[in-house]
Design a protein around this ligand. Sequence first.
Ligand code: FES
Length: 152
Amino acid sequence: MEADFNDFLKKYPAGRRENLIPILQDIQDTHGYIPEPAVAAIAEYLEIPAVKIFSVATFYNEFRFNPGGKYHFQVCQGIGCQVDGSERIRAELSRLLEIRPGEISGDGWFSMEWVPCLGVCQEAPVLSVNGEFYPKMTPSRLKELIEKLRNH
Ligand code: FES
């Protein structure tokens, strides 16, 4: 699999570290997450230690290192969102999908995680689905959103 990523990386110039984020985005768009062999291939290609890649990628909430569901929910657990009820959103999401943070629903459609501040605190509480923000989320809007995604 690492060889596949070597081919994938050839569209970027070798050794150019400034391409790390675009490469990670490209791989996640293609695979839905960043597989471990991809990290090893990027490390070699850009001449960056793998540990540095993990640390840069985890700084950005958008990157995942495990496969998620078709729809991946990120519930903000930043202070602003907590004050405005993100725990209620997380609890309702768990109830509706029957999963906890870090899990994937049995049908493979949904996964969820708690993430640090998503950077749009004025819209709290914020939910992100596959990178798209849903501001000022409420339990009833969440239910509608899940029904919409299920019927999509
Ligand atoms: S605290 Fe949730 S977006 Fe900042």
